[in-house]
Design a protein around this ligand. Sequence first.
Ligand code: NAD
Length: 358
Amino acid sequence: MKTIFITGGSTGIGAAAVRKFIAEGWNVGFMDINTQAAHALADELNCPERLLFTEGNTRTRSDIRRAVENTVARFGALNSVFANAGIHRCNTILDIADEELDLMIQTNIYGTVNTLREAIPPIIEAGGGSIVINASDQWFVGKPHSFAYGLTKGALGQITRSLAIDLGPKNIRVNAVCAGTIRTPLVDNLFVKFAEENHCSVEDYWRQENALYMRGSAGRPEEVAEVVYFLASDAAGFCTGSHYLVGGRLIIRKQGTGWEGPRPVPPACDTSPRFAKHATSSPAPRRQPSRRTGRVRRASGLRTEDAPPLSTPTSSALSASIRRHGDLNRPHRDLAIPNLKQARCILFREPLSSAPHC
Ligand SMILES: NC(=O)c1ccc[n+]([C@@H]2O[C@H](COP(=O)([O-])OP(=O)(O)OC[C@H]3O[C@@H](n4cnc5c(N)ncnc54)[C@H](O)[C@@H]3O)[C@@H](O)[C@H]2O)c1
């Protein structure tokens, strides 16, 4: 029976990983600063013989040492580690305070490095095994207002490669899981803050976020845990030094339509009366005579070729302009968007073909 050590296992992706490994018959030692959620998870799983929680902070190396030692003492060996604990803050290089930069680096980089330094020796002792690092899709892309988070996750993406080289001869595989937006307390708390600042609901933000993804919804922690389990298990025997994107296609969208930092107020809760008024009274798209028949075709909706060109303004530019002008008509003209329907699609950040309101 194999044993894994997981940091940040009380909530979100870490908790989903704890559930997954327990369900697959592994022993799990996990560590977190959130003891209340940890005990709730332990009660839910009701599996004391294979689950061990140790309270601790990944920023403190002695806490990690204690948690790893507890895990090895209880289960006899350590085969894998999932370095998962991390935090998020919105900032740019221009506004980040020294304390916040330090907190991000201490938690996301040092916390992970501490975890690995304590977990690797027992894994070597066990004859090898696997390491999974929780990086982010920000290993692949830059996002606005994500200076410190991107910095730390970029670092984790890089050490995935160097560790894979150094630890390969010791029979240890090292991979990173790189998720897009996953609905966990980490993102919920962020959206609670945005919603409070903009006097609208968290669900407004989730609606906007969900629209960024191919299937119309962000990820679930269990979907990341499945990939983590695969990477940790022997089924991934030929996978090492790689970054596995669990990203619902967000990063392959054209630049400028992805995460836009502290969000503009979603139209639904911002200028909705004005928005609704102008949306319903929008002029019909201009009718063009067909070149073949000379007849004017009835405009029944947008087609693929109506999609805004790559240079069209982003949703946040349009939202900002609407707030500035107080209606949808002016910005739509200012920003050279061909028609109101396209303006609405840009606002909702949806492909024209899948936007029901277009
Ligand atoms: N949610 C997302 O959209 C997303 C996307 C990509 C990557 N990630 C990464 O996934 C990881 C888990 O985040 P989540 O989304 O599940 O959020 P979460 O807040 O639900 O989980 C993080 C867990 O780590 C714990 N933790 C935080 N700092 C700690 C510390 N110093 N010591 C010990 N425990 C600590 C928290 O108490 C919490 O239980 C993070 O590294 C995050 O950067 C999240």
